[in-house]
Ligand binder design. Structure first.
Ligand code: RUB
Length: 354
């Protein structure tokens, strides 16, 4: 019943991909990103609710990875419900409610929901699995292509700043967005160095980006979030490459909070700032970034470090999980269809049209 998806998983594992989530038999397996790098823990489930919880509490995270978790959740519902179409649609709705800012999740669920509603009853399970596999293959293909397009922007000897974790485990297993660009440039033989900012409070940069860079053998240095501006002034950083949770129609970028701060410093220091994304992550319904409210997370996530409160008992905290970088600060938007430059409104429209 899951032969097609199991074969695909096997093929990707043999290729050495760093998969965030996959299917073995009728169980969905996923890497516990909260445990990294101390433990390489793999969890598994047959319950859609567990996948929703894992996205909500950031056991599975990164815009690409939560997008494909939407696929696995709906496929799991199809398999365990023996083709129950309503269960598939309900699974999609449950996943959509987990995290709102990264658009890949809702777009993927919508695409699969339309497919499920129109899929003939007699071959539902087979056809739905094939559609899921097609989406998963497409996402991986995007990563490889945008990696090649973005690598052209990287020069031999560049030091590149990246923020948060926009890598294999945040995507489909090759290098996600930013790390696909970096990994491809490195594989081309370019001598590069990566500065990864730690990314308070979840420390995705310190924990996961550094872990993946070590795995890929790419030289790197960890910095705290506030250090990038000074390093730019010292001439230690030549490029900034970050991922993207959503791009508005005018090129404004939603990404992990702190991205805007790096972009302002890069602009001030005349350092190119790029976002790596895919056409799937562009939200043409959104005219500009400030039109959308980003996800706010629990203040406890900021008040505590490793479960221990780090501030006075009466102090409160604020945690917008993302910020908006205006398109005027962005030198180029790397996609699977090439690097998009200003005027973004016009040039992004061309992607929408084709
Ligand atoms: C998503 C996230 C960052 C990445 C986006 O945040 O990983 O914003 O920079 O990169 P979270 P990508 O950790 O809250 O899920 O586009 O590769 O996901």
């Amino acid at each position: 019943m899951t032969r097609r998806i199991n074969d695909l998983t096997k093929q990707w594992q043999e290729e050495g991909l760093c998969l965030p989530i996959w299917m073995e038999g009728e169980r969905v397996c996923f890497v516990d990103q909260l445990a990294l790098p101390a433990k390489e823990l793999i969890l598994s489930t047959q319950r859609v609710e567990d996948l929703a919880d894992a996205v909500r509490d950031m056991t599975i995270r990164g815009s690409g990875a939560i997008g494909i978790t939407g696929v696995y959740a709906m496929l799991l519902a199809a398999v365990t419900g023996r083709g129950d179409r309503q269960a598939v649609l309900d699974a999609g709705q449950m996943m959509k409610q987990t995290r709102p800012t990264a658009i890949n999740l809702s777009k993927t669920v919508d695409e699969l929901s339309v497919y499920a509603q129109n899929c003939p009853e007699d071959s539902f399970l087979d056809a739905f699995e094939a559609k899921c596999c097609q989406i998963l293959e497409r996402q991986l293909d995007f990563e490889r292509k945008l990696g090649e397009n973005g690598a052209e922007l990287i020069q031999d000897g560049d030091a590149i700043l990246t923020h948060c974790h926009s890598g294999a485990l945040a995507g489909s297993g090759f290098g996600g967005r930013a790390l696909s660009v970096i990994r491809t440039a490195f594989n081309q033989g370019k001598r590069i160095h990566v500065f990864t900012s730690e990314t308070r409070p979840y420390l995705q940069g310190a924990r996961i980006t550094a872990y993946e860079l070590s795995k890929f053998g790419i030289p790197h240095t960890l910095i705290t979030d506030g250090m990038s501006g000074y390093l730019m002034r010292l001439g230690r950083i030549q490029k900034v490459v970050v991922g993207s949770d959503r791009v508005a129609g005018n090129g404004d970028l939603f990404n992990k909070v702190g991205t805007y701060m790096h972009a302002v410093a890069a602009y001030e220091n005349e350092i190119p700032f790029y976002t790596a994304t895919s056409s799937h992550t562009i939200d043409f319904s959104l005219r500009e970034g400030m039109d959308l409210n980003v996800e706010y997370r629990d203040e406890q996530e900021v008040l505590k470090f490793n479960g221990v409160r780090i501030t006075d008992a009466k102090t409160h905290a604020l945690y917008p999980a993302f910020d908006v970088t205006p398109h005027a600060l962005i030198s180029g938007i790397v996609t699977e269809r090439g690097v998009i430059r200003v005027p973004y409104l016009e040039n992004l429209k061309k992607i929408e049209a084709t």
